[in-house]
Design a protein around this ligand. Structure first.
Ligand SMILES: NC(=O)C[C@H](N)C(=O)O
Length: 325
């Protein structure tokens, strides 16, 4: 089986500089230098960039998705992307929606630089290759710390631990260790835009997190900055005070969709509270099920780019429910 490894940078390709900071240094050849030969797996490496992921935009990530698709179309059975973990969840959500749900595509990274004595860099890359080349495809996934979770479910949940990614309520797709891959479940969502061209660029979509006492200031600032959509990480089951609902009404009048998620990070948002979520819905806000704020932001950008503003409510509901067109 031929596997392409696409390197974009991140800690997995970083080393300690003399001043104690981490900087991206390694090429894909150096990353692959630590990977032992695996029976029946031929690996080809490609350098896409050498950047920490906190500098990447969604448009940069679209470039990675184009490269993934090109390798799959060009005869590779699977693709591994090495990536910084800080924004891996955005890259994975984009990749997972723009490639088939059961594609052999795995994103990985590391939490400790390649030259730290207890680095997880080499192990994670090897695990990613094990998962992407497993006899039974696991589906588009994030692999770190011995766990595979669906690309469209994963979120970074720890700043420094090697088990930094969780599939959230959807859980794990598989466990991976030197004995191989133990499949646990199949992805239920993802692949929604697998049959569509990768957009040239994505519109600006902002994410506004609410704190106690918050008002509509930040939502209005996003409107002034030209956002084509805004996601709000609201309280609890999707609540916000009346001053935010007022700003939602203004956005609605301007034709800018506002999407409600929860800052809790798990569970569904529902417009059930009078003076809270019910008023947001009445003001025109859409509710994004159980998507996290950063997942909903990428989902909304994709929906605006590929379905158009009028179709956003239906597209968002399909993305939340995992319905494919
Ligand atoms: N662990 C990591 O990869 C974090 C790094 N700052 C990055 O996202 O590029």
């Amino acid at each position: 089986m031929r596997i392409a490894v696409l390197a974009t940078g991140g800690t997995i390709a970083s080393r300690l500089a003399p001043d104690g900071t981490l900087a991206v240094t390694d090429s894909v050849a150096e990353l692959l230098g630590n990977v032992p030969d695996l029976a029946d797996v031929e690996i080809c490496g490609f350098d896409l960039s050498r950047r920490p992921s906190f500098t990447l935009t969604l448009d940069d990530m679209l470039g990675t998705v184009r490269a993934v698709r090109a390798k799959l179309a060009g005869g590779f059975a699977g693709v591994v992307v090495t990536h910084g973990t800080d924004t891996l969840e955005e890259a994975a959500y984009l990749t997972g929606q723009l490639t088939s749900r059961d594609a052999r595509v795995v994103l990985t990274g590391a939490q400790r630089g390649a030259d730290e004595p207890d680095s997880d860099a080499a192990r994670n890359l090897l695990d990613a290759i094990r998962v992407v080349s497993a006899p039974e495809p696991v589906g588009a996934a994030i692999v770190l710390g011995g766990v595979a979770c669906a690309a469209v479910e994963g979120r970074k949940v720890h700043t420094s631990a090697v088990s930094a990614f969780s599939g959230g309520p959807a859980g794990a797709l598989a466990l991976v260790d030197p004995d191989g891959v133990l499949r646990l479940s199949a992805p239920v969502r993802g692949g929604h835009y697998a049959g569509r061209p990768v957009p040239d660029r994505l519109p600006r979509v902002d994410l506004v997190k609410l704190v106690a006492g918050a008002d509509g200031t930040h939502l209005r600032a996003s409107l002034r900055a030209g956002a084509a959509g805004v996601v709000v990480e609201a309280f609890g089951a999707g609540n916000a005070p009346p001053s935010v609902a007022e700003a939602v009404r203004e956005a609605d009048k301007q034709g800018v969709p506002v999407v409600i998620t929860s800052r809790t990070g798990a569970g569904r948002v529902r417009p059930i509270y009078s003076g809270g979520g019910a008023d947001l819905a009445q003001a025109g806000a859409l509710f994004a099920g159980d998507l996290t704020g950063s997942q909903a932001r990428v989902a909304l950008a994709l929906a605006l780019a590929l379905d158009g503003p009028d179709a956003v409510p239906q597209a968002l509901s399909n993305l939340v429910e995992g319905r494919r067109p």
